[in-house]
Write a protein of this length. Sequence first.
Length: 293
Amino acid sequence: MKIFELAYYPGCSLQGTAKDYAESIIGICESLDIQLTEVPDWNCCGATAAHSIDRRASLDLVGRIFRQAAQMPQSEMLVPCPMCFNRLKTAILAQPFDQKTEDQYRIPMEKGFPKIWDTANFFATQQMMETISNKVQQPLKGLKVVCYYGCMANRPSEISDETDFENPQSLDRIVMNLGATPIAWPFKTDCCGATQVLSRPDIVSHLVGNLYDMARRVGAQAVVVSCQMCHANLDIYQEKIEADWGRRFNLPIYYFSELIGLASNVSGVEKWLSSHLTDPFPLLRELGLWNPT
């Protein structure tokens, strides 16, 4: 029996550069008896350019996603990408104001909006924490991490509905529940530079280098994330940023979902972790947490 049945909006990047994140989410959901049903014929939400170029188009894109989701029986939707989460929540907030216009959504809405879940917040609910705890076979003892939330899933608070947007705790609760140690640090919600890595890599080198530096200063061995853009900037470009800074940071970047899979011995973990460019295995071997048979 499935404990949850959720609509699932993966977003564009989880179909491409962040397939490892998508596979880890699907993998742990299957192990936790959570049924994810993908929104049929979904489209891009418009992140990151549409809302800054054409507000109407950005609302119409999300309006169509909601119309597609309205065909489904599920009343709640899991959204792994913080940028997609932000755009969907923004459209819900904007919708009452748009009712003052004649063409509220050019795509008509047939029923109300589903509850939109940020993935980390969903897995940090009490029910999910208890469910995950019962599945843990290998506690992640000895693993000291900082949890990096980035700037999209929690802010602005009037969109995210977060009360602890300056000091979010969902990832911290998850990793603690797995037996790892989350270390407090001041850069939880600092920006990684996101797509500026394409046009201004120097800015991203500065921003991400500061994250690495602080993570090491507080004693972290790794960084845990829930955003695929943050993961890309911290994982893919680490060697280059180390060269820019003239020092080695050697920080594995883990998705929280990968750690749930690791602690629960979910099949597929090796494939997910092997997609990383900054090698995630040496630290796990050193701590006795990686002994594939």
